[in-house]
Design a protein around this ligand. Sequence first.
Ligand code: ADP
Ligand code: MG
Length: 349
Amino acid sequence: MVNPIVGIIGGGQLGSMLAAAAKKINIGTVVFCDDKDSPAKNFSDEFIFGSYHDDDKINEFINKVDIVTFEFENIPYQTLKKINEIKKVLPKPEINLLVQNRLSEKDFLNKINISTTKYVSVKNDKELKSNIDLLPGILKTCTLGYDGKGQYKINSSEELDNLSPDFKKEFILEKLINLKKEVSVIITRFSKERYEIYEPIENIHEDQILKYSKIPSDINNNTSEKSKDWAVKIAEELDYIGTLCVEYFIDKNDNLYVNEIAPRVHNSGHLTINSHNISQFENHIRAICGLKQIKIKKIYDAKMVNLIGDDISLYRQKKFKDNEFFFDYLKKEIKKKRKMGHITVTKKC
Ligand code: ADP
Ligand code: MG
């Protein structure tokens, strides 16, 4: 069989790393992105610039690829559905629709007996004020938030009067968890009960943006096993194909909660490029293309640091040791709070 050409929607760093992983195993890629300067055009074989609503561009993309995937979840559902009628989209678009909305995502998790923080849908000021038992909490837009965008932390009911969320959007109020740690579990599912799962990764956020990730995580065995079991359960329930990330909260009493599901490769898994025989990116490509499943093996322990905003300038000048791996996303402009690159440092395990 000739290797398929993979279409990737979205051209940021995740798209770039997917394209690079595909190239490594001789799979061609076409990236479709609504930003003409997107970094992934430096890594893919072909690049199409266009709006995700432009039928001509979507058709051009469809005609060039055999299978389609995406690097971020906020792609219009109708676009994914339209593509899926002609070329298979994996993971399937319905999954995307479910987890695009924080409410339906949490409803799904609770339905399958997986714990989340307490939450309530909030459509107006009155509903917000009648749910003060969830304070301290975080008010989040149900859709289109990332890296803490569209979120308001509310410490007490006195703060409610100074708040003016735009209630044209749908919101969710989540009870704040007294965090001990955050971890994520990355799993690549190939088919029913066939998957590769990475050990839990410990994550530290600054200003709601991921800053550090490391393996091994410093959590107890019970929590580690539970977090992996839940990731398997979620992937099976969704009949998921490809790489999926489950983000978890652990509170001060060692209770585990799912924060969110990312139906894609994930920033916390960048370290798998250097720590494992097969990265989360290569596994994603393997699973969606129906290639051979290879048992994953950890080769090194690893720590990853995201280089945000101007951090990158310093690293561009630096010399690195053999166990330090610097990734420059080649973004055109340095912007504050923007992920510009990362560095992974490995250690014998
Ligand atoms: P995004 O979709 O922007 O990634 P998240 O919901 O994952 O947003 O929130 C980003 C970060 O904010 C989390 O990783 C965590 O550090 C903090 N956070 C969000 N919700 C809560 C919560 N309910 N309790 C405690 N911390 C939270
Ligand atoms: Mg998150």
